[in-house]
Every structure is written in structure tokens, then in C-alpha cells.
Design a protein around this ligand. Structure first.
Ligand code: DSN
Length: 423
């Protein structure tokens, strides 16, 4: 992104740091599954004068004056979100995914009530009841996992835990699960035990918007998401729900948890939702999945182990146990070579979450740059080369090797403009 000279003149230190980040994002293989490139239009909206305005309340019911722009803007974002997902109600104010999840809990479960969610090491999110999260501290959280044999969701386990503990809310939708989630089956279980089903689609929202992953919207009481992962918007959150829960959800977001909405982010969400409504977004979503599958083939062909054997969505979970180094050590080492991914627990991991056995690899960002399946073997080769080199040297990579590989990656990426940075 090129800056208005104002920032460079006023604060060259910050301007230079941002410029460095732009370069880093342009020159590296960005494979963190929760990240993407927002378009220049999204970035521009989020850097607007809307950041100067307070707007507690909702369109038509505000606690401040001067809402002639904010009200139609927020309504536009709401209508676009509803149109994308076919939702009855949308709240575009959550600051991000974790506050969105807290708001869903606040709206639907009494403090101390029982909730059922997937455990973090099995692929769930912190806010689905993991013990160190407020959701595990202020609620009685019971956790399900995946089957030991194939690392897939075990709906029999979910049903039996639901019957045993009678949760008020069941979470589905996960952070490190590479397969299709059967939202209908979750809804059946929730109905059987009288629980609200809440789907957190943060990772797969763009795939649902693009029609390549089933939607939980018809089945769930509420659906939460971030707006910046596969949906390719600004950092932010969104909650959709059935009309019957609209009042409770809105009340939980404001005044329950938040003050003034971030209007500049609301504008950027509206822009991103507009982009997601365009026909080409369907092609993007389909390409993300095609690329993830192709990268999986490339890694399998090089002897790596994929949890569940592959993927149906945008991410792969790679078990690095056989390489002799942990996922975290591998991720750190290859970061120096211009490859970004995160160390991640694998199901039934023998290692601690801070130093887990796996890495999580996502294709949302590279696909936004226009890479297709034919490029994935090269990407798999880069990853394999970096990981094997790190494994050979007990987790370290020499500077000369890192610089050479980073240079090849930079050259490889050069023909693919990075949205928001070089488009
Ligand atoms: N931190 C995000 C992720 O990487 O999946 C989820 O909030």
C-alpha cells in the first residue's frame, strides 16, 4: 500500500514499520489459515474518517447525534451480510470473533450454565469453553473431541455428552478441522437435548459465502464469524441469528459487552460483503478448496502425514512427528525462509499446546493472489525443503539457506499481485 505522504511526514517510524510489514506480506508464502489479504477498497474504507465517530446503539436508536451517515452505512452492512448468508438477522458490531462468541453466550445461556464445545487441542476454539478462556471460567464447559481412529468428528460422542450433560448451548464450527461439518447432525442433537446450536464459521465463512461449504444458517440459533479470514474483509466480527434471538443478541453485543461500534470497520465490512456478493467470489472460494487439496497431494507425495488424510476446506493439519521436530520449531525455522504457518496441536497430541506436533496450513491468502492448483506442487516443495532442512539441523536453519530459499520464494510470488499491497 502506498501511503499518503502525511504518515511518512508525521511519523516516519510508524510509516517505515508498516512499509516493512507490507514488504513481508508481499514477499512471503502466507499460509496461516486464519489470514488473508484484504482488498485496497477494504483497507481504504477502514482507514477513513468514520474512525472519529461514536455511535452507541443501533440504526435509528442511537445515543449520539450526527448519525446521518453511520445509520445507512451500518444498515447497508447488515443487509449485505443477511443477503450473503440468507440470515434472518445480522449484527455487524462485534469487534472480532471472540467478542462475537461471548455475546452469543451472554444472549443464550445464563452465567454458570452448561455449554458443549470442541476442545482446543482437538481443533476447537478457545472461546468454545476452553478452560483458560472466560467461556470456560464463567460457564460449565464440557468438551468433545474427534475420533481416535480417523480424527474426524464423532457425532456419537457429541450426542452422548449432550445427553449426559444437558447443555444449554452447543458449539460447532472449528479452528483446525479440515473436513466438512455436518451442521444438520449437530442441530438434531441440539434439538434432542433442548440446546441452542451456535455455529462459529470464522474459518469457513468465505467458503460458505461462495457456496462451496454447507451453511449452518438454516440449522443454528446463531452463527458467529470473523470477517477477515476466508471472507477477506477487515479484522472484525459478525453474528447472525434467527429472528427470535435478534433482540437478545443485539442486547448482548451492546450494551452487554461493547460500547461504540467501530464504524470504519463497519464500512470495511460492508465493502467486503459487497465483494463476497460478486460472482467472482464463488470462483475464489472454489479455488481455495482446490488449492488446499492440491497442496495436500503435494505434501503427501513428499511423505508428510495429513490429519484425516487430506482436506475438504481451506486448511491442512500436518503431523510433523516423523520429522523429529515439533510443529512450533518447524514453523519458527521456516519463517526465516519466508514461509509463514503456525505450529498447531494435532488430535491426541503428546506434546504441549505451546510446542505442538503439527503445523496448520491455510490457502485463503495465496489464493487471493491468484495462485492455482498448478502452483501448489511448487509451494509443497518449498515447505518440504524448509522443514527437512530444519529437521536435519535439529530445528535450526542456517542464514545462507534461509536467504536463498526466501529469495526463490520472493521470485516465485512476484507475478502474483498481493491485494491491497501491489494491486
Ligand atoms: N486465532 C484464530 C486462528 O488462527 O484460528 C482464531 O481466532
Amino acid at each position: 500500500m502506498t501511503f499518503d505522504p502525511a504518515l511518512q511526514a508525521a511519523d516516519p517510524q510508524v510509516a517505515d514499520l508498516i512499509a516493512r510489514e507490507d514488504t513481508r506480506q508481499r514477499d512471503s508464502l502466507r499460509l496461516i489459515a486464519s489470514e488473508n489479504y484484504a482488498s485496497s477498497a477494504v483497507l481504504e474504507a477502514s482507514a477513513s474518517s468514520l474512525t472519529n465517530k461514536y455511535a452507541e446503539g443501533y440504526p435509528g436508536r442511537r445515543y449520539y447525534e450526527g448519525m446521518d451517515v453511520i445509520d445507512p452505512l451500518e444498515s447497508l452492512a447488515i443487509e449485505r451480510a443477511k443477503e450473503i448468508f440468507g440470515a434472518e438477522h445480522a449484527n455487524v458490531q462485534p469487534y472480532s470473533g471472540s467478542p462475537a462468541n461471548l455475546a452469543a453466550l451472554l444472549a443464550l445461556v445464563e452465567p454458570g450454565g452448561t455449554i458443549l464445545g470442541m476442545s482446543l487441542p482437538a481443533g476447537g476454539h478457545l472461546t468454545h469453553g476452553w478452560k483458560v478462556s472466560a467461556t470456560g471460567i464463567y460457564y460449565n464447559a464440557v468438551q468433545y473431541g474427534v475420533r481416535e481412529t480417523d480424527h474426524r468428528l464423532d457425532m456419537d460422542q457429541v450426542r452422548s455428552l449432550a445427553k449426559e450433560h444437558s447443555p444449554k448451548l452447543i458449539w460447532c464450527g472449528h479452528s483446525a478441522y479440515p473436513r466438512i461439518v455436518d451442521f444438520e447432525a449437530f442441530a438434531e442433537i441440539a434439538n434432542e437435548v433442548g440446546a441452542h446450536l451456535v455455529a462459529d464459521i470464522a474459518h469457513i465463512a468465505g467458503l460458505i459465502a461462495g457456496g462451496v461449504h454447507p451453511s449452518p444458517v438454516p440449522h443454528a440459533a446463531a452463527v458467529t464469524t470473523t470477517t477477515h479470514k476466508t471472507l477477506r474483509g477487515p479484522r472484525g466480527g459478525l453474528i447472525m441469528c434467527k429472528a427470535e434471538h435478534a433482540k437478545a443478541i443485539d442486547k448482548a453485543v451492546f450494551p452487554g459487552l461493547q460500547g461504540g461500534p467501530h464504524n470504519h470497520t463497519t464500512a470495511a465490512k460492508a465493502v467486503a460483503f459487497g465483494e463476497a456478493l460478486k460472482p467472482e467470489f464463488k470462483d475464489y472460494a472454489a479455488q481455495v478448496v482446490t488449492n488446499a487439496k492440491a497442496l495436500g497431494e503435494g505434501l503427501l507425495g513428499r511423505g508428510h502425514t495429513l490429519i484425516t488424510g487430506g482436506t475438504d476446506n481451506h486448511l491442512l493439519l500436518v503431523d510433523l512427528t516423523s520429522t523429529g521436530i515439533s510443529g512450533r520449531v518447524a514453523a519458527r525455522a521456516i519463517n526465516a525462509c519466508g514461509i509463514e504457518m503456525n505450529g498447531n496441536s494435532i488430535p491426541f497430541d503428546k506434546r504441549k499446546p505451546f510446542d505442538p506436533s503439527g503445523v496448520r496450513v491455510g490457502l485463503a491468502a495465496l489464493t487471493s493472489r491468484g495462485l492455482t492448483a498448478e502452483h501448489m506442487d511448487t509451494v509443497a516443495g518449498f515447505i518440504d525443503e524448509g522443514v527437512r532442512e530444519a529437521a536435519k539441523h535439529d530445528g535450526t536453519i542456517e542464514d545462507a539457506f534461509a536467504t536463498a530459499l526466501a529469495g526463490r520464494i520472493r521470485e516465485f510470488l512476484q507475478p502474483f499481485p498481493a491485494p491491497g499491497l501491489t494491486d
